[in-house]
Design a protein around this ligand. Structure first.
Ligand SMILES: *Cc1c(COP(=O)(O)O)cnc(C)c1O
Length: 470
């Protein structure tokens, strides 16, 4: 088959670029359904026997998939914590696909290794992490949290004479994981994947804003003194944006010899702006950190960073050796694959490198500041329209209700149906609320104003439908 690869890749890139150029002008939520999409992709039938020409495959995919794309990369998607995707990072990710490098080690791709070293080093500077820390390029904060807890498991069990890499957890001394009741659910999944189970998690009460209650943490740790302990702290509560008081909490964990992991999926990036860096005071004293590049840094999915202050420990936990591989786990000369749960892996470093090169220090700080300012603007617009704000807007997360919270889910459904913007819901302190997360670099003040109006309009529609609402 004679394939014009250049034309094929160019046309695919053009489709992506067209999507970006128009995403802000289309409804955020697609109007289609599951059966239509399944059938458009042929998922209701058998795979045909013969081949399909590549250009035809791409044509079919674009035609079938486009009606089912959500405008998550656009300026008015405020659900979950979904970043955009910067121009340079997007292009770099297309290059990573074109080059198809396997980022396992230096032999397989000296370029991917160098990009990860550069991007990792810049990220540490921005986030205020120790210069000697190791950086694994993982799929996201779930993976990064799992790596951090795995290295912690290795260290705290080694401290009591147990080699977990060899003996596993059967018969091992019990390890306690101490974490806020407001920890992200990925911490629990990491605990399950690592064989701890969730029953070893000691939930510590949180403040009204969702940061760990430091005095309660102290009391929980006192009870556990002498036992192997991993303390999981959080920078950026997914509902409120609240950050744990790291400078007070980390010394408490140190007192009992605990491992300290910080889940900073989006919140860690607040360290990059002088305006918000104080929320991360003391962050450098932890042992491991997890963050996302695909959220606030606006790198395409999927991309996360797992940092560890002790590079040798990081590699001792994550590496493996095989006779046909070179350099793995040897001395202090780590290979990329010694720091991640994946073995063969996409060269994610190119896109992270590109995002950081594109923005520079000031650009990242500005991205953080602008997102926070836009979140405050949204809060002010909504409040002026009669809404109630339920959190201190310290970062880019906002909790809001309009009218009776019993109708919150109906308001959310109406906002999504309207399509101007997209917001999701959450349950916070027993109430159903609207969650707004501003994480996309392309969002403007006009986008915020249009979206606030759409949310207030939806609340009016729902209110008119349910006149008994107070
Ligand atoms: C999003 C998030 C995670 C999980 O990140 P993924 O990118 O989905 O793996 C973990 N912790 C916090 C605080 C988050 O906001």
């Amino acid at each position: 088959m004679d394939v014009d690869l250049q034309q094929l890749l160019t046309s695919a890139a053009e489709v992506g670029a067209r999507h970006r150029a128009t995403v802000g002008n289309r409804p955020v939520q697609p109007v289609t359904d599951r059966d239509t999409l399944t059938s458009a992709l042929g998922g209701d039938g058998d795979l045909q026997a013969g081949p399909t020409p590549p250009a035809e495959v791409v044509r079919q995919l674009v035609e079938a998939a486009e009606p089912g794309l959500v405008g998550t990369v656009g300026p008015r998607f405020f659900g979950f914590v979904i970043g955009g995707s910067s121009p340079a990072a997007t292009a770099a990710d297309i290059l990573a696909t074109g080059w198809d490098q396997c980022a396992y080690n230096e032999v397989l791709s000296p370029a991917a290794a160098a990009a990860e070293r550069a991007a990792g080093s810049w990220a540490k500077q921005l986030l205020g992490l120790p210069a000697q820390a190791s950086v694994g390029f993982v799929t996201g904060a779930q993976a990064a949290n799992t790596v951090g807890l795995a290295v912690g498991r290795h260290r705290v069990l080694a401290d009591v004479g147990w080699d977990v890499e060899r003996e596993g957890l059967f018969g091992a001394p019990r390890v306690a994981i101490v974490a806020s009741e407001e920890r992200h659910a990925t911490i629990d999944r990491a605990a399950r994947l690592l064989g701890f189970g969730t029953s070893v998690i000691h939930p510590v009460p949180a403040t009204s804003q969702g940061a760990i209650d430091v005095e309660a943490l102290g009391r929980a740790l006192d009870v556990l003194a002498g036992e192997p302990v991993i303390v999981c702290l959080q920078a950026g509560n997914v509902n409120t944006g609240a950050c744990d008081n790291l400078s007070a909490a980390i010394p408490l964990a140190r007192r009992v010899g605990g491992w300290v992991h910080v889940d900073g999926a989006f919140g860690l990036w607040a360290a990059a702006s002088p305006r918000t860096a104080h929320l991360l005071d003391g962050v450098e004293a932890a042992d491991s950190w997890g963050t996302d590049a695909h959220k606030w840094l606006n790198v395409p999915y999927d991309s996360g960073l797992a940092f560890c202050a002790d590079a040798a420990l990081h590699a001792a936990t994550m590496s493996y050796a095989a006779s046909y591989l070179t350099g793995s786990g040897a001395g202090s000369d780590f290979v990329l694959g010694d720091l991640t749960p994946e073995s063969s892996r996409r060269a994610r470093g190119f896109a992270v490198w590109a995002a950081l090169r594109e923005l520079g220090r000031d650009g990242v700080a500005d991205l953080v500041d602008r997102s926070c300012a836009l979140t405050r603007r949204m809060a002010a617009r909504l409040e002026a329209g009669g809404a109630t704000i339920h959190n201190d807007v310290v970062l880019n997360q906002l909790l809001v209700s309009v009218g009776d919270t019993a109708h919150t889910d109906a308001v959310i459904a109406e906002v999504q149906r309207d399509g101007t913007c997209w917001v999701g819901g959450t349950t916070w302190h027993g109430q159903r609320l609207i969650r707004v997360s501003v994480s996309n670099a392309t969002t403007t003040e006009d986008d915020i104003d249009l979206s606030a109006d759409a949310i207030l309009r939806a609340a009016a529609v729902v209110g008119a439908r349910a006149p008994s609402a107070t």
